[in-house]
Design a protein around this ligand. Sequence first.
Ligand SMILES: NC(=O)c1ccc[n+]([C@@H]2O[C@H](COP(=O)([O-])OP(=O)(O)OC[C@H]3O[C@@H](n4cnc5c(N)ncnc54)[C@H](OP(=O)(O)O)[C@@H]3O)[C@@H](O)[C@H]2O)c1
Length: 319
Amino acid sequence: MKPTNRQLRRFAFLIGGTTKMRIGFIGLGRMGANMVRRLLRDGHEIVAYNRSPEKTQEIASEGAEPSLSIAELVGKLARPRTVWIMVPAGDATEAQIVELMEHLEPGDTIVDGGNTNFHDDVRRHAELAGRGVQYVDAGVSGGIWGLEVGFCLMVGGEPAAVAPLEPVFRSLAPEGGYIHAGAPGAGHYVKMIHNGIEYGMMQAYAEGFEILHASGYALDLAAIADNWMHGSVVRSWLLELLGLAYKGQGQDLEHLKGWVADSGEGRWTVQEAIDRDVPAPVITIALQTRFRSRQEDSYGAKVLAALRNEFGGHAVKNV
Ligand SMILES: NC(=O)c1ccc[n+]([C@@H]2O[C@H](COP(=O)([O-])OP(=O)(O)OC[C@H]3O[C@@H](n4cnc5c(N)ncnc54)[C@H](OP(=O)(O)O)[C@@H]3O)[C@@H](O)[C@H]2O)c1
């Protein structure tokens, strides 16, 4: 009889000895589900839980052990337990931790892989330490491509909490893509700055390609993005993704509105720069450009128009 996927994984788990782990995973969204898939592929055992049970059932069909509640998830793990949380930062993550703490015991570990503010990590690490539970913050990058390419991991926490989890970190990350950055909070601190840099890089590409688009030359922007991927100093994965977007959507991007959200990390980077008196003009402007992108019209620009009209009689346009 042919062994099932789960039996094969169990076999890999047994022969892999200490390099394979059994952990709990809460949050099976775009990131969490693919992270679980990558861990399963590498022979780890995952007990999975998601708020909406459909996603739990889906990942169970791929080899994870399903749980319909956090209590059930914890009950399916042996001590010392490790539970990875991958849900939106802030209240959603906090609520998972509060519920988990009703069931975890001293020696267990919580890993927060969401885009959490490092100040929350420092607070939680201290609160949980008081109850004997270890807390590890893991900044994760890789988006929806992480399943194939690997997830870049920036981890913070006490060495005694981080070291035992390295088999999991190394399975999730590509070769060279895992770092234990430092003390509690350091993982998410590094991830915050990583995302701040991403804001600045994206803004520079956006401005450069807008000028190319307006140039009057009949430029093939996908071909230029591709050209720059070969030996140019500005080559990057973001540029590669821009080339893919142009190929898939056309270079005029007519169907898109120029409306850009921000998810917190850019703001925190700018706030940290202010708190430490570090000039960070590019990242700050990139963040504020996103604010402007979400306004239908600019009240500030109306004030400029009104003032020019008052002092110089300069032309204005009325709505
Ligand atoms: N997407 C990225 O590129 C990326 C990259 C790095 C880090 N992150 C971080 O990774 C985390 C997850 O992101 P994602 O992209 O996977 O998000 P997502 O696709 O929106 O999935 C969110 C997951 O969290 C669950 N969830 C949402 N609110 C919840 C709540 N109040 N209580 C319990 N569960 C809740 C959702 O459950 P339901 O299925 O029930 O809605 C879903 O499983 C976030 O912290 C995000 O900032 C994302």
